[in-house]
Unconditional design. Structure first.
Length: 313
């Protein structure tokens, strides 16, 4: 209960920080009150806690997209192939019924054993994977189905073949398409949200993160290799750029944090799915009745203002 209260307070604090001044009245009073409440519940996550979140996000037993599909979706029908080069098993796309309504889902899928990990390329997508995801997105737009995106990717595959097939262009086209969709989009980072590979399917109206997920522009190891020329300093790098859900919420990169069962989603798939399903359902309800044009306009404003800093007197 204390953890859920902390997450709710962090969400409220994040929303207040993003609000403009109201007729000259500052929101500092409300901000200070919420911050004091938050301070009483929990102290700032330590470097050790941040690294623990990184480890849990990568846990080999953590639920993947198809584990949630099995528990949350009925009449699941999976799509395969990009209709150009081939199929990419690192990306899952399909249609199903979620709480009685048809939705389209795209997600990343890692493997459980060596054979499956090899087939799914350890969850790292090729351009073909983004092509398949875009097929599903266009289907959602054509029929007015909400789009759910589950992100769990270390990063898009950086190999020569992927570059030859246009990896960067595929990521850019996926983002451009999501910006134009006239149907509600809800994304949840359920494990690793790594770099362009993650944002390619995360340009959504509402972005969630599971409690022990991470969302980063670069892996801690990659950051450490650049800054200290030593990937072994990954823990120091993670402490510096804070990829955990609580800090992403405070930065305004995400909208809410989805609680997990103790000690993490890997411990209880059914409870993790229940909590995720509730968060997805509540998020989709927010956009009921909102026109397609309004969704597009709000989505574009949202992502163009992320990271924007304004000075106040």
């Amino acid at each position: 209960m204390a953890r859920e209260a902390e997450l709710r307070l962090r969400e409220q604090l994040s929303k207040l920080k993003s609000l403009p001044l109201l007729r000259g009245a500052r929101l500092s009073g409300d901000l200070e009150r919420l911050q004091r409440q938050l301070d009483r519940i929990v102290a700032e996550p330590s470097d050790e806690e941040i690294w623990h979140a990184v480890q849990l996000a990568r846990h080999e037993d953590r639920p993947y997209t198809l584990d949630y599909v099995e528990r949350l979706f009925e009449d699941w029908f999976e799509l395969h192939g990009d209709r150009h080069h081939g199929d990419d098993a690192a990306v899952v796309a399909g249609l199903g019924r979620f709480r009685g309504a048809t939705v389209v889902l795209v997600g990343n899928q890692k493997g459980r054993d060596v054979k499956e990990r090899t087939r799914r390329n350890f969850g790292m997508a090729y351009p073909e994977g983004y092509g398949k995801a875009m097929r599903a997105m266009e289907l959602a737009d054509r029929h007015g189905f909400p789009l759910i995106s589950l992100v769990d990717i270390p990063g898009a595959y950086p190999g020569v073949t992927a570059e030859q097939h246009g990896q960067g262009g595929a990521i850019a086209r996926a983002q451009s398409l999501m910006a134009r969709l006239r149907t509600p989009i809800v994304t949840c980072v359920i494990g690793e949200g790594g770099s362009g590979g993650a944002i390619a399917t995360a340009l959504a109206d509402r972005v969630l993160m599971q409690e022990n997920a991470i969302y980063t522009v670069i892996s801690p190891e990659g950051c450490a290799a650049i800054l200290w020329r030593d990937a072994g300093e990954a823990r120091k790098a993670a402490a510096a750029f804070k990829p955990d859900a609580a800090h992403c919420l405070e930065l305004g990169v995400i909208d809410a944090v989805v609680p997990e069962p103790e000690p993490g989603a890997h411990a209880d798939y059914d409870e993790a799915a229940r909590l995720l399903g509730e968060a997805l359902g509540e998020s989709l309800e927010i956009f009921e009745g909102v026109s397609g044009e309004d969704l597009r306009r709000q989505r574009r404003v949202r992502f163009r203002t992320i990271g924007q800093v304004s000075a106040t007197r």
